[in-house]
Design a protein. Sequence first.
Length: 224
Amino acid sequence: MQPLYTALSDLVPGDGDVVIASITGGSKLPEARTMSKTDSKDTNFKSPNKMTLKIHMFSTENYFGHAHLGLVERAESMLRAHGLDLHCFLNKTLQFLIDLRGSGNGALFLPTDFDAIKARVDEVMGFTKTSTTHLAVVFCNFAGSDHGLTPGKERGWNRPLCLISPTPNKDQVTLLHEMGHAAEVHHDEVENGGKRNFMDVTEPRTLMYRHQIETLAKCFFAGK
C-alpha cells in the first residue's frame, strides 16, 4: 500500500523555515511550502527564556539629580512587557566612585578620561564579583550633547561601559538604549506605524522588536 504522506523529517527545508505539508494521497509526495519562522519586527514578542538583564550602577562626583530612578523604571517596564527582567546590583542605589574627576571645563569627563573610569569600575566590580555577570552603567556628566554613550571595543576594552548623563532623553529610554548598544543591538531608525523603537535616535521611543529582544536575551549580562 502506498503511503498517504511523507514524514516532515523527509523534507529538507531551509534554515529558519517551517514546512507545511498537505496530504495528497497515492504515491505523490506532499506539496510543501515554506513560512517564515520568525518575524524579526514583531512588536508583541515575549522572550520564552525568562532571562534577566543585570546592571551595576555607579555615579561620580559630577552627577546630580535622580534621573536614574525614572530611567530604571522605564527600562523595567519595557523589558517586562517582552518577557525580560532587569536586576540592579544594590537595588537602585548608585555606587559612588570616589576621587574620579573629569579633565574638561567644569570637571566634565572627556573621552581621554574614559580609560580611568573603566579602570576604576573594573576594580570595584572585581571586588564585588559582578564583572562577568553585570553591565557597568556610570551616571556622570560628560562633554558633548549626547545623553548617553557606550564606549567599548573601539577602545580595546573586552567589555563595554555605559555612560549616562544627568539630563537624559525626555522619553526616559536613554538607559535601555545604551544597554542595547552594550548588547550589540544596532540603531534602527525605521518607523513602524508612526512609532519608533528603543534603538532609534529620535524620540519618543516605545517599541521593541523581536530580533532586538532575542539579542538582549543572549548578551553577556543576561542570566537567570
